[in-house]
Design a protein around this ligand. Structure first.
Ligand code: SF4
Ligand code: SF4
Length: 133
């Protein structure tokens, strides 16, 4: 068994395609949806794909053939303290408490708790949160 975590970006014209259905049915993959976000312009899905190694690779190839943008998921995050304005938008959306403020209002990041769902990166108004690869 193999698992790959990927970020999928869909163009607006692709949003009604049953992509997850095909990954499960045609490639026998188990999907772990870490984040799903749709705007009027695009859709973004942060996904864990588990299954036989060759099936994971074939599933990813199929996604690319469908013109879905497939990118590897980051291995961690970094917060640019110079850009951060301490607004709290990231801590509000973090599902695991990996981002939190200390008593002196310093933003802390606990990598052990982070599931790399990228909800904080999307929520940050000044793009202070960056992925590490
Ligand atoms: S990636 Fe997700 S889990 Fe990790 S710090 Fe951001 S919101 Fe929290
Ligand atoms: S959302 Fe961005 S600016 Fe706001 S506290 Fe988090 S890292 Fe700082």
């Amino acid at each position: 068994m193999a698992e790959q975590r990927v970020v999928l970006t869909f163009h607006r014209w692709q949003l009604d395609k049953p992509v997850t259905y095909h990954l499960v049915k045609d490639y026998d993959l188990v999907l772990n949806i870490l984040q799903a976000k749709v705007t009027t312009e695009e859709g973004k899905l942060v996904l864990g794909l588990s299954g036989l190694e060759q099936n994971v690779e074939k599933g990813i190839e199929w996604l690319k053939e469908q013109q879905v943008i497939v990118e590897p998921l980051a291995t961690g995050l970094s917060v640019n303290k110079d850009s951060c304005v301490d607004c709290g938008a990231c801590t509000a959306v973090c599902p695991t408490g990996a981002l939190s403020f200390s008593d002196d209002w310093t933003l802390g990041y606990d990598e052990e708790k982070c599931i790399l769902c990228l909800a904080c990166e999307t929520a940050c108004p000044v793009r202070a949160i960056e992925e590490k690869f």
